[in-house]
Ligand binder design. Structure first.
Ligand code: SAM
Length: 228
């Protein structure tokens, strides 16, 4: 199985076992990590927003709770995740908001050039074998001046080697490598937030089932990138 096939199988299984209620609980728990990231792109009113690797929507629906955008598009290759997200979008809270999902690979986005104002992504970029392709796709679909908020686990010198790819550890990069990926795509880092302690406390309280993050001594950071 390729890295992508293994990743898809892992998340298909994880999201198939999570209903809308469990997803709402995940959204609530993860808000201590999502909110600092979302504050970097707030307010979203009037904006076309894309969430890359939406899963069941913990970041996208939190963003919609805080400030409904003009349009929210969630992209993921996991059918079960998108199915839960679609269900949540029909609930009383979100049914009048413009929300859509697209099933696609993040390295080839089915979105037209320069049509997006804000890109969001939480705990997903590490799962992509070709991160350079994904960053170029982000640059392609965004308008000049667009804002991109990405958070994920990062490797530092204190991290232990190895770690599973599907758990966002094996494919993690350093901040230096991430900056180069962004810069090569035409995206400039204009802010960052260290969320390591928040993730550690979520793992310790079993609100985020991600023990590998602590075992491998990873950092978790959020970045604001600007599209030049
Ligand atoms: C760790 S989950 C994070 C989900 C969500 N962002 C959250 O914070 O709850 C990563 C998501 O990325 C998706 N994903 C991983 N690789 C992908 C790819 N190449 N194309 C599309 N989606 C991908 C997975 O299916 C999964 O839903």
């Amino acid at each position: 199985m390729s890295l992508k096939e293994r990743t898809k199988a892992k998340y298909d299984e994880q999201w198939a076992s999570q209903d809308e209620r469990a997803s709402a609980q995940r959204r609530k728990s993860l808000s201590m990590v999502s909110d600092p990231l979302l504050s970097m792109v707030h307010p979203l009113s009037g904006k076309v927003v894309v969430d890359l690797g939406i899963g069941t929507g913990s970041l996208a629906f939190r963003a919609m709770e805080l400030c409904p955008p003009k349009r929210m598009i969630g992209i993921d290759f996991s059918g079960p995740g998108l199915c839960v997200a679609r269900g949540i979008s029909r609930s009383e809270r979100f049914k009048d908001m413009d929300f859509d999902v697209l099933r696609a690979d993040l390295e080839r986005l089915p979105i037209s050039n320069r049509s997006v104002d804000v890109v969001l992504s939480q705990a997903t970029i590490n799962l992509l074998p070709d991160k350079a392709a994904a960053m170029k796709e982000i640059a392609r679909i965004t308008r000049s001046g667009a804002r991109v908020a990405i958070s994920d686990a990062f490797k530092t010198t204190k991290c232990s080697e190895g770690g599973s790819w599907e758990q966002c550890i094996g494919g993690a990069v350093t901040v230096g490598e991430f900056s180069s990926l962004a810069l090569n795509a035409g995206l400039i880092i204009s802010g960052q937030v260290d969320l390591t302690q928040q993730v550690k406390s979520l793992v310790a309280s079993k609100k985020w089932d991600w023990p590998e993050f602590v075992q491998h001594n990873m950092d978790y950071r959020g970045f604001l990138l600007l599209r030049s």
